[in-house]
Design a protein around this ligand. Sequence first.
Ligand code: FNR
Length: 385
Amino acid sequence: VAPEKLLSLDDYRREAKRRLPKMVWSYVDGGADDHVTISDNREAFGRWSFRTRVLAGHAARDLSVKAAGVTLDLPIILGPTGFAGLSYWRGDIAALKAAERHGTRYAVSTVSSWSIEEIARESGVDHFFQLYPQSGELAASLMRRAWNAGQKTMFVTVDVPVRGNREGERKHGMGIPPVLTPRRLLNVARHPKWALDVLLHQRIGGRSLATTGGVTGAIESIEIQSRELMQSTLDWDDLAWMRDKWKGNLYIKGVLDPEDATRAVDLGLDGVVVSNHGGRQLDFTPATLDVLPDIADAVGDRAEVLMDGGVRRGSDVVKALALGADAVLIGRPYLYGLAVNGEDGVAHVLDILREEIDTTLALMGVGSVAELDRSWIVPRASAAA
Ligand code: FNR
């Protein structure tokens, strides 16, 4: 499909699904249990309509925001996703270059496909680092590497004390290592472009699917890594320790409760990311857009509030900002972009969102995203139960 035929993020999703082997697709697009939270994240946006004011007379709209200590040209950050190299061999590096083209940032996952240092070599600006909290020594070493590589903003992801129940991944043999059967191999063979791109480059680059850049040098196999990474014993003291150690901006990612958000901000964190991990962890957690207003009320005047989950339209971004978010993160949409067309695919996904935000604001009569507050949206009448 030619890029000009891909008009929306939904088009990208369909095309990515066609291009990726089932095993990879189940990882990229799947979630916990029955995917109820995945749907709820989307549906929450459908419960709001816009107020519009006519004849506003704005020649252009200003989409820039200040978030995570920097000015972003658009209110969208590429959120951390593990193993981005499974969608496109240049994975993290392609994504961060697309982010730079749009004047925004990429958050590098602890389980990135490229190492922190490789990523730093390729970046023109400081990107963000995401840490899965873990035993002190390993965390300290990753934090040191990220800091030395120029990453001054860190997201600590706290919604993975254990892995969620992702049956799709198990069904298709996506695991550590992948469980290959003749049928699954046949499915991979039916995606020759993916196989050539990802598998061949993995070989040439000396990369294997079972090691990741993010922790290369610290620990080798994903199996050991995931055992080490999932630390259900961690508590608020560990977060306090990180606040003490990390001199840059610090965000907690994966908060859904105003009291947790308050506690994190009381510890001196710079912000919270309202997130249910894109519905990949606990099914039947509330939609992030639904809990956003209470969290923004609780901490919004003292800290930054970011959110993610189900953002697929520019209008979704506008609604999240109106309900109290300073910026949003996207996860799956840029992986669709990577799968379809690498760096250009991600850049195009961001183009689409930018255009949609701009059109939405223009039609609302709003001149800049900074103007957005709750007065700009109203409950959607036809969605009332
Ligand atoms: C994620 N997410 C995630 N979060 C994180 O903090 N560290 C990680 O390594 C990952 N890995 C990861 C892999 C994949 C394939 C996906 C789809 C997601 C969660 C991610 O940062 C974000 O919270 C969600 O993706 C947001 O929801 P949407 O935009 O995908 O609906």
